[in-house]
Write a protein that binds this ligand. Structure first.
Ligand code: PRP
Ligand code: URA
Length: 213
C-alpha cells in the first residue's frame, strides 16, 4: 500500500499533514500536543476501520422504510500500549464507542531498546474480535512486535496496528514477524537516531503527552 510495504497505510490527507507539522514542533506544548494526538488518532481510525463488517438494518425514516447498514460481528477490542498509547484511546473510542479495551504495559529499556512488559489485562473473546493496537510511535518495532505476539498468545487473530509516526525499521520488523497484520500511520519517517528515536519524529511521545520531559 505505501513505501513498498503491502500492509502499510499512511494517511496523505491534507488535514493530517497539517496537524502533523504542528504536532512535531518543539513550539507545541502539552495541551495542544494531547489534543492533536487525539484528533489525528480519530482520522487514522477512519482508515483503520474500513474493513469492519456490516449487516443490513431496516430503518424507518420520517418518509419511508429502507434498508441501511450497521456494524456487525464481535465488539472490537482496542489495546493501547502503555503508557503513550493511552493518548490515542479517546480518539479511537469516540468513533467506536462500543469497543472494549485491553491494556498492555510495555516500556523500552533505555540501553538495549528491548521492550519490557509490566502489565496486561484483556477482555475475553479476543479470538473473534477485530483488535486495534494503538501506540503513537513505531520506532525499532520491538514494542509493537512483542505486543502483537502477546495478543496472539491470548488468542487474538484479526490485529491492526495504529500509530502516529512509523519508522521504516519498525514497519519492517513488525511485518517480518507478523505478515498478517496491517499498520495504519499518520506519517512515515525513514530514519532512527543511534539511540533509536525516530527522526525527524516528534520526540518522546509519552513524555510530551504526560509532561514528564
Ligand atoms: C515508546 C512508544 C512505543 C515505543 C516505541 O514507549 O510509545 O511503545 O517507545 O519504540 P520501539 O518501536 O523501538 O519499541 P516508551 O518505551 O518510551 O514508554 P512510554 O510509553 O511509557 O513513554
Ligand atoms: N518512542 C518515542 O516516544 N519516540 C521515539 O522517537 C521513539 C520511541
Amino acid at each position: 500500500m505505501a513505501y513498498g510495504f503491502d500492509n502499510l497505510m499512511v494517511l496523505d490527507h491534507p488535514l493530517v499533514q497539517h496537524k502533523m507539522s504542528i504536532l512535531r514542533s518543539t513550539d507545541t506544548g502539552k495541551k495542544k500536543f494531547t489534543e492533536l494526538v487525539d484528533e489525528i488518532t480519530s482520522l487514522v481510525t477512519y482508515e483503520a476501520t474500513r474493513e469492519l463488517p456490516l449487516e443490513p438494518v431496516q430503518v424507518t425514516t420520517p418518509l419511508t422504510n429502507a434498508t441501511f447498514a450497521r456494524m456487525a460481528g464481535d465488539q472490537p477490542v482496542i489495546v493501547p500500549i502503555l503508557r503513550a498509547g493511552l493518548g490515542m484511546l479517546d480518539g479511537i473510542s469516540r468513533l467506536i464507542p462500543n469497543a472494549r479495551v485491553g491494556f498492555l504495559g510495555m516500556f523500552r529499556d533505555e540501553e538495549t531498546f528491548e521492550p519490557q512488559p509490566y502489565y496486561e489485562k484483556f477482555p475475553k473473546g479476543l479470538d473473534t474480535a477485530p483488535i486495534f493496537v494503538v501506540d503513537p510511535m513505531l520506532a525499532t518495532g520491538g514494542s509493537a512486535t512483542a505486543g502483537i505476539s502477546f495478543i496472539k498468545r491470548q488468542g487474538g487473530r484479526d490485529i491492526k496496528v495504529m500509530c502516529i509516526v512509523a519508522a521504516r525499521r519498525g514497519v519492517q520488523t513488525v511485518l517480518d514477524a507478523h505478515p498478517d497484520v496491517k499498520i495504519y500511520a499518520a506519517a512515515f519517517d525513514r530514519d532512527l537516531t543511534p539511540n533509536a528515536y525516530i527522526t525527524p519524529g516528534l520526540g518522546d511521545a509519552g513524555d510530551r503527552l504526560f509532561g514528564t520531559l
